[in-house]
Design a protein around this ligand. Sequence first.
Ligand SMILES: O=C(O)C(=O)C[C@]1(C(=O)O)C=C[C@@H](O)C=C1
Length: 355
Amino acid sequence: MDLSLIPLNIKGCGLRPFVIAGPCSAETEEQVMSTARQLASLGCNVYRAGVWKPRTKPGGFEGHGEKALPWLKRVKEETGMSVATEVATPEHVELVLEYGIDIIWIGARTSANPFAMQALADSLSGVDIPVLVKNPVNPDLELWIGAMERLNQAGIKRLAAIHRGFSSYDNKIYRNAPMWQIPIELRRRIPELPIICDPSHIGGRRNLIAPLSQQAMDLGFDGLIVETHCSPNEAWSDAAQQVTPDGLYNILSQLTIRDGHIDIEGIHGLREQIDALDNNLVELLSNRMNICRKIGCYKKEHNMTVLQANRYKEIIDKRGAQGELFGMDSEFVKHIFELVHEESVRQQMEVINKQ
Ligand SMILES: O=C(O)C(=O)C[C@]1(C(=O)O)C=C[C@@H](O)C=C1
């Protein structure tokens, strides 16, 4: 299904980057207003604050709920910024609409759950509000697109995706692995869908916000949603990843914003060279597969298993090391040969099982 989209039509959404900023959670009216005033004075157009906070474990601050919605309303009235918060249930939707919240986002745990997504979509049927959909916690592009399709089917056309990274068991550098290939594929599949990067949740640490924001800009993402707090160290949630409003605008001022629509003329010749090399690569792969099919025939005649683990290991190790010598990441080269081997095994299975 194609998404039927119209522009987000949010103040400032034509700028690159389009910035949404504000604290992880609305803690007190004073904290909400103080952060908002600072952000507004720096030129921010959209203010975010979590009111319902999905926490991994019980006992953490789970947000003030409805009590905090009038604070966001006040931000809107006093600063002129649009206000955004997360919703996870139809009851949340009802309340945010009652309090005139301008934009809603759907969190990673909710977008991973088709039942929850459908319930939210049903509750938004007939409502004209921009909805930002965070990627599901697991790296599943279809699930992410499916969540947006459910909203779209309910009539929500002002949609954007938020890339907040993916949960993983062993994450040393990032809180959530960026796995940039997933939002890149999303852009290829739905080019007109705005993508907003959430460097706060990917990085989990404030010193990673600048490099991650730059990476998002280099990939041509449209916006950034950054957790920003008047006193980050005292934040009730996600303290390590929040920055001050001044800190955020300092980061933004240092970003290099490149134009997605480059002058193709200058790289035309180089692209021709790439086409020629890619052509050779596919031909070489096809030649390799022909040899593998011959080996498949031999294995069939001699009753040998398709998988030859020692030989497979030898290829992966050898090519990985060779790749590194040629200036590539050995894991990348190994991965390519894992895929080549997978196809080779599939082709040999075909040969062996042919009557
Ligand atoms: O060397 C073999 O036995 C092959 O069948 C070739 C090949 C490969 O693609 O390189 C395929 C399957 C085996 O597991 C190991 C290697």
